[in-house]
Design a protein around this ligand. Structure first.
Ligand code: PEP
Ligand code: MG
Length: 898
């Protein structure tokens, strides 16, 4: 078995389509070699070895790898004319992780590996730059100490021991910046670092290059299982089994003086999708300096640089002097970089996110990948590439992640509210959107209030979880490629970064802006599209959608086999969904309307009635409400089917449980409080979701079914009289046996006939059922013989197939996920393996009994892309989901068919 793939000097053993084995970074490093882009030579240890490492442990894996790694190192030595572990002419390498899917900043990186007290002198002589050599060495000891030797503190209160030493020495020397250290200071730092390592780990810092290398490789494997990597995988549905590859590459140095630089570049704008080359760089700096947000990076292009200066209020003169673009400082290299990014984008036919280093006037690419982007940029880039003829329509559709369309449906500031708002500060527009929330300063407290804004000097990968919970992120330091910015864009979360006016005091938990003090819990608002920070809570509203958005949805309809309906309970929701392209209502939960205004009174009266007569009197009061509700909904969806479900929830949900409200009700109804209490008590059940609900209500109280049917049919007839095409479909919930269905269908049909006779008019209507009890799926053929349609209620079907209470899963779900029993919450992501079998069987059995049977899904899974793909496979007719998920479902339906 081959475990190591080499690349360098225009040759490579791997290529771009080997991402599973080599990880994204490794596959692209190989590919870049093959297409003639300059890449420092190196090799990739496969993702399979990561899995082997987890099974076999360190010693065995080192033994397995040794021959191939030695040969690969030898290959780099030959190409670079250096020697690994040598004192005079040492080969230095970087060691980086690289999973199949990019997980930016989630795992660890080590640079300058191969240095020790002797080799550093060799590098100093060779480069003629002692300061650079010692600076590289002290960075290496620090990185290696933190990542491999476990020097990094676990708690957020403790600062990194190496940073502490740096601060101490700065204090002793009376200096402020790292760059002010003398060579002697750097030597002093290294020596103090080593003492700290010895103190904490009881071991000397490793001198042997090989020992360093194996330590680093294993640390990368270990980082696959660190907390933030695991969290990132959960968030992005990346399987734990994939493992990470390890990339070992000859170092190139961006910190070798003023003809060296390092940076990050994008072939298009990752925030807006505009086709403009952009990025940031720093002269005389090493890779991590740009992303770590320690120095403020400069723009690569003149245009970008001018824009940045304007945003920051920096004059053109000052800009040219202090923050010039790469286009100005190194015009020849800028040209090369520009040509390279074009070559890479043309080759991959997608927006590229690249890392580069310039070492003494020579350009090297360290990485390229399809760039992370906002939802808006995703749409624009796909459609632009289509218009440019670089990709075809199907590819364009497949490029769009359905879930990310959601971002385009997220709020922007209300235009009037924002005019009145007071701008406190301005940072960089790191990730678009609008957010408002209460200030918190620590990521692990992001859930402290309902809506929070995470305010940090800068963020780090440990903050990921909190960043996901917060409504928005605000940082005092860092550029457009800082951790906060990159991660927020990936999440589609509003972020303003590098707002220099912010003074943050973590200890006091205060934020001071131009002398004004804000405390934890105070409201602020962010505009991630302009970089503005506002005082207080600013009203937000939904954005206007671009033309591209509709073009995509229209193109989706060309390919999709599944129709998309919506779950809606009001005319307003129905209209909103229709605007998004919903073709009908798949589930109208009638009971949702019972809580509005006077309706609840009549409902309670019905529940409290102890005789059929009493119930009928109360139901007669409900009838006009229901009828007008249905008229509104059927009219909003005119021309399309509207599935209206009969009353489903257990009745106790409609009665008051607090003494005060019970008293009010008693007064209203003119009865004693004990009557109310007794009734409420009698409705109590041990397992209400498995109790007296669904069609069990209609069977015990047929008059409820009668009233609802009458309301639906009368509404449809009223609309017909107005010339509106109303198409009601009456749905019976929670059916488990054909007899239940038959009895309820009989009530519905006879009631409808009665209304037709009264009105001397008729309309077409359907009678169907939810399939949400396993027994219904198992006997679907019997039910289909009498039903016009099926709608899979996967919420209840999941509940009853797993035997997990849908309301109480929270207490054990995290444990189940952590222990790997479940990969996801099955109420969010359809369990295709188990619940899916019932759906497949139910659909097939149903269609054997009635080939024209209409089948859909209306549980929460109806808007979830993986479930939609499944529904396509089992040949359902439609999926139904909440209005704002309709666009997502339309695209997912098309992708399932492509
Ligand atoms: C279902 O069970 O999937 C469903 C759609 O109905 P409800 O969530 O109202 O029980
Ligand atoms: Mg249900």
């Amino acid at each position: 078995k081959k475990r190591v793939y080499t690349f360098g000097n225009g040759q490579a053993e791997g290529k771009a389509d080997m991402k599973d084995l080599l990880g994204g970074k490794g596959a692209n490093l190989a590919e870049m070699n093959l297409i003639g882009v300059p890449v420092p030579p190196g090799f990739t240890i496969t993702t399979e070895v990561c899995t082997e490492y987890n099974q076999l442990g360190r010693d065995k894996v080192v033994e397995l790898l040794k021959p191939e790694v030695e040969q690969a190192i030898n290959n780099i030595e030959k190409l670079t004319g250096t020697k690994f572990g040598d004192q005079e002419n040492p080969l230095l390498v970087s060691v980086r992780s690289g999973a199949r899917a990019s997980m930016p900043g989630m795992m660890d990186t080590i640079l300058n590996l191969g240095l020790n007290d002797k080799a550093v002198e060799g590098i100093a002589r060779k480069s003629g730059n002692e300061w650079f050599a010692w600076d590289s060495y002290r960075r290496f000891v620090q990185m290696y100490g933190d990542v491999v030797l476990g020097m990094k503190p676990d708690s957020k209160e403790e600062i990194d021991p190496f940073e502490k030493i740096i601060e101490e020495l700065k204090h002793e020397k009376g200096i402020k910046l790292d760059t002010e250290f003398s060579v002697a200071d750097l030597k002093e730092l290294v020596s103090r670092f080593k003492v700290a390592v010895k103190e904490k780990t009881n071991n000397d810092f490793p001198v042997s290059a090989w020992e360093q290398l194996w330590g680093a490789v294993m640390a990368v494997f270990n980082s696959w299982n660190n907390h933030r990597a695991i969290y990132y995988r959960r968030l992005n549905n990346i399987p734990d089994e994939w493992g990470t590859a390890v990339n070992v590459q000859a170092m190139v140095f961006g910190n070798m003086g003023n003809s060296s630089a390092t940076g990050v570049a994008f072939s298009r704008d990752a925030a807006t999708g505009e086709n403009v080359f952009n990025g940031e760089y720093l002269i005389n700096a090493q890779g991590e300096d740009v992303v770590a947000g320690i120095r403020t990076p400069q723009e690569i292009t003149i245009e970008g640089s001018r824009k940045w200066a304007k945003l920051q209020g920096v004059s053109e003169e000052e800009r040219r002097e202090k923050y010039p673009s790469l286009e100005e400082t190194m015009p020849e290299l800028y040209k090369q970089l520009y040509a390279t990014q074009q070559k890479l984008e043309d080759h991959y036919r997608d927006m590229q996110d690249m890392e580069f280093t310039i070492q003494e006037g020579k350009l090297w690419l360290l990485q390229t990948r399809n760039g992370k982007r906002t939802g808006a940029a995703m749409v624009k880039i796909a459609m632009d590439l289509l218009r440019e003829g670089k990709i075809d329509e199907k590819t364009a559709l497949l490029r769009i992640e359905p879930e990310k369309l959601d971002e385009l449906l997220h709020p922007v500031f209300d235009t009037v509210a924002i005019r009145a708002a007071n701008v406190l500060a301005k940072g960089l527009p790191a990730s678009p959107g609008a957010a408002t929330g209460r200030i918190i300063f620590f990521a692990d407290e992001a859930a402290k209030f309902d809506e929070t804004i995470l305010v940090r000097i800068e963020t780090s990968p440990e903050d990921l979880e909190g960043m996901n919970i917060a409504k928005g992120i605000l940082t005092a330091r860092g550029g457009m490629t800082s951790h906060a910015a990159v991660v927020a864009r990936g999440m589609g979360k509003c972020c303003v970064s590098g707002a220099g006016a912010l003074q943050i005091d973590y200890k006091a938990r205060t934020l001071t802006i131009n002398g004004k003090v804000f405390n934890e819990g105070d409201w602020i608002s962010l505009n991630g599209s302009t970089g503005e920070v506002y005082e207080g809570k600013v009203q937000t509203k939904m954005p206007d959608l671009s033309g591209d958005f509709n073009t995509i949805l229209e193109a989706s309809n060309k390919y999709a086999k599944l129709k998309v309906r919506t779950n809606a309970d009001s005319p307003k929701d129905a209209k909103a969904a229709r605007d998004f392209g919903a073709e009908g209502i798949g589930l109208c939960r009638t009971e949702h309307m019972f809580f509005e205004g006077e309706r609840i009174k009549a409902m309670r009266e019905m529940i409290l009635a102890s005789t059929t007569e009493g119930r009928k009197r109360a139901l007669a009061k409900l009838l006009p409400y229901q009828r007008s509700d249905f008229e509104g909904i059927l009219e909003a969806m005119a021309g399309y089917g509207v599935t209206i479900r009969l009353l489903d929830p257990p009745l106790h949900e409609f009665v008051p449980h607090q003494l005060a409200t019970q008293r009010e009700l008693a007064q209203e109804m003119g009865v004693g409080i004990e009557v109310i209490k007794a009734k409420v008590d009698s409705l109590e059940e041990f397992n209400p979701m498995l109790g007296h609900r669904g069609c069990r209500l209609g069977i015990t109280y047929p008059e409820i079914t009668e009233m609802q049917t009458r309301a639906i049919i009368e509404a449809a007839l009223n609309l017909k009289a107005k010339g509106v095409d109303a198409r009601p479909e009456i749905m019976i919930p929670l059916v488990g046996t054909i007899k239940e269905f038959r009895m309820q269908a009989e009530v519905i049909r006879s009631t409808a006939e009665k209304v037709f006779a009264e009105r001397n008019d008729r309309i077409d209507y359907k009678v169907g059922t939810m399939i949400e009890i396993p027994r219904a799926a198992l006997t679907a053929d019997l039910i289909a013989a009498e039903a016009d349609f099926f709608s899979f209620g996967t919420n209840d079907l999941t509940q009853m197939t797993f035997g997990y209470s849908r309301d109480d899963i929270g207490s054990f779900l995290p444990v189940y996920i952590e222990k790997g029993i479940l990969k996801h919450d099955p109420f969010q992501v359809l369990d295709q393996e188990g619940v899916g079998q019932l759906i497949k069987m139910g659909t097939e059995k149903g269609r054997t009994a009635k080939p024209e049977l209409k089948v859909g899904i209306c549980g929460e899974h109806g808007g979830e892309p993986s479930a939609i793909e499944f529904c396509h496979k089992v040949k359902m007719d439609y999926v139904s989901c909440s209005p704002f998920r309709v666009p997502i479902a339309r695209l997912a339906a098309a992708q399932a068919a492509l």
